[in-house]
Unconditional design. Structure first.
Length: 432
């Protein structure tokens, strides 16, 4: 009996080593890190129900990730992204520096030093906390003009919102009126519409695309086609970065999943998750053909404490959200000054007839809380609960595909992620 057990263990170990060897046999030239901001297991489950089938990246699940920051069990996006970019914990609100203010090299910067091209793509401002933490070092995430000035010195492709912050004056280049002019003078091809982005006539190696003053329009609220989708921005970024024979590092963020969670908007969250999944599909298509690309997918934290089911019922009605045609913010913008048309507007955009009590609740809400009041009515119909307007400390799932994907198996800390990426690429990083 003992011999049989030993024999089985030897065979199992042999198989495991072969699998690891197969996953890690090819050199990793490119790393694409995809961050669905605020996306936890509850978001994944609700989106799976919303979609009506498994997610494209469900088969790639390899583990779970801890998200705490240096000063709290509940991280903000700045500290979370800093951990995932530098391999070091920091305090909430700090970008690319340790808790005592020491700058830390990021995985993007290490990739750049290794001769690789670099890129950041997001649906929010390119100077927002998550993209900022990969290419900037500031004590406060609010210093977005300084973040913008740092990003254009080291990142080859920048696509997202944040045009407002590039209109700031450059202290390092007083001869240029704005950071946007500095970027153009430094060789960036600048685009600000979808058509300009998809026009491949330029041979410029660096690309700056700013498609909104601050953040792109939520997918479900788009009424024109002047802004690119996350999938389109990601595709163009890969095409541009892939010209480098030494490879590239690209971070892609679905930033508005988080925005939806903060205001308890399940419709916004599900549609942004869908847009993120479409970008994942484009990335996986590239990685499957390229064979030298590691893809890692992980949210930075949970936002809103979303639940699957709620209100003391064993029910989830997430499928119904497919019928809703706009975010709570958009619906609120359609109300007249006295909000007397709330019943008609809710019927038009959600298909539901709200009760007198619900209508009264919306009418009495403070101006800044109208959209949240609408979102709570929609959430209750879908049996989706929420427990905070900020983040929770829940662990998040991590997915990986391609060579060296085995490095991300298990229960990881968020600081492990960039270290394993560097190990996969064989580059010097974080005292390795």
């Amino acid at each position: 009996m003992f011999r049989r057990i030993v024999f089985v263990l030897i065979i199992a170990s042999s198989i495991q080593l072969q699998v690891v060897g197969a996953e890690g046999s090819n050199a990793v030239e490119n790393v694409i890190f995809m961050i669905p901001d605020g996306f936890s297991t509850s978001y994944a489950t609700n989106y799976r129900i919303f979609k009506g089938e498994e997610l494209i990246f469900d088969p790639l699940l390899v583990g779970m990730m801890k998200t705490n920051s240096a000063d709290s069990w509940v991280t903000d996006s700045a500290a979370a992204a800093t951990a995932m970019s530098t391999g070091m914990k920091t305090n909430n609100r700090m970008i690319g520096v340790t808790a005592d203010g020491q700058e830390q090299k990021t995985i993007l910067e290490a990739s750049k030093e290794a001769g690789k091209s670099t890129g950041l793509v997001t649906t929010v401002s390119i100077t927002d906390a998550t993209p900022a933490a990969f290419g900037a070092h500031v004590d406060s995430r609010k210093d977005e003009s300084e973040i913008a000035s740092q990003l254009i010195t080291k990142v080859d492709v920048l696509l997202g919102g944040g045009k407002f912050h590039f209109r700031s004056e450059s202290s390092q280049h007083p001869e240029q009126a704005t950071l946007l002019e500095v970027a153009k003078a430094d060789g960036y091809r600048y685009v600000e519409t979808r058509n300009q982005l998809l026009n491949k006539s330029s041979s410029a190696e660096k690309l700056l695309g700013l498609f909104a003053e601050v953040e792109l329009t939520p997918v479900i609220d788009k009424r024109t086609n002047d802004q690119p989708s996350l999938a389109e921005m990601t595709t163009v970024a890969i095409q541009s970065l892939n010209k480098n024979d030494k490879g590239f590092f690209l971070m892609v963020e679905g930033g508005q999943i988080d925005r939806a969670g903060h205001v308890h908007d399940p419709v916004w969250a599900m549609n942004e998750a869908q847009a993120f999944e479409e970008a994942v599909e484009k990335v996986l298509d590239f990685a499957k053909e390229n064979k030298e690309t590691l893809v890692v997918i992980a949210g930075d934290h949970d936002t809103g404490g979303m639940s699957v089911g709620g209100y003391d019922e064993y029910i989830a009605n997430v499928e119904w959200l497919r019928e809703v045609k706009a975010t709570g913010n958009y619906i609120a913008s359609m109300l007249n000054k006295k909000r007397s048309n709330i019943t008609e507007v809710m019927k038009e955009f959600t298909g539901i007839t709200i009760t007198k009590q619900e209508a009264s609740h919306i009418k009495k809400a403070k101006e800044e809380d109208v959209a949240i009041a609408i979102n709570h009515i929609i959430s209750k119909r879908a049996y989706i609960g929420w427990n905070t307007h900020v983040h929770s400390g829940a662990n998040v799932p991590i997915f990986a595909f391609g060579p060296s994907s085995n490095l991300f198996h298990g229960h990881l800390d968020n600081t492990d992620v960039p270290k394993q990426m560097a190990a996969a690429m064989g580059i010097s990083f974080c005292d390795q």
